[in-house]
Design a protein. Structure first.
Ligand code: FEO
Length: 169
């Protein structure tokens, strides 16, 4: 049984993961229509992964006798200036998500909810991986520079947007 505070903050996270999925989907559309198929593939995979994160939260809330809230998702931006600007936004967003996972951990401690505290550790680990994979891409982008975007796009093609799916099932 979840306390009201834990249920509420998990529901806030449902919305944030849903928005993450929308944001990366919008970025994928932008990249694809800019002719950057490799980057678009990475972002489509990332959008799928965020949906899996959202579902993981939904199922957990319901399983623990709470009720997941499905609300309207805020419209994400549609234009991103440049690939570098876009990936900087991805990093900024992932850092924001890491912050909200940390807030959930704190609420679990305050509410003495060891079960959810234990369960949410999957997300703690996932955020380390997500930030590391985005940082690796930004480092690569710094190396290739704007003039070699075609090479970067080929390079990223086929790379997945993270390794989290197996653990989310
Ligand atoms: Fe679900 Fe990228 O955080």
């Amino acid at each position: 049984m979840l306390s009201k505070k834990v249920e509420d903050i998990l529901n806030v996270q449902v919305d944030k993961e849903g928005y993450s999925s929308h944001l990366y989907l919008s970025m994928a559309v932008w990249a694809e229509t800019e002719g950057l198929g490799g980057i678009a593939d990475w972002l489509y995979a990332q959008a799928e992964e965020e949906r899996i994160h959202m579902l993981k939260l939904v199922r957990y809330i319901n399983e623990r006798d709470g009720k997941a809230k499905i609300i309207a998702v805020k419209e994400p931006p549609a234009e991103f200036g440049s690939v570098r600007e876009m990936f900087d936004k991805v990093m900024e967003h992932e850092q924001f998500i890491t912050g909200s996972i940390n807030e959930i951990v704190q609420v679990c401690i305050d509410e003495n909810d060891h079960t959810t505290h234990n369960w949410i550790q999957w997300f703690v680990t996932e955020q380390i991986e997500e930030e590391a994979s985005v940082k690796a891409l930004i480092d690569k982008l710094k190396l290739v520079g704007d003039h070699h975007m075609y090479m970067f796009d080929r390079d990223i093609m086929g790379m997945r947007g993270g390794e989290g799916e197996a653990a989310a099932e």
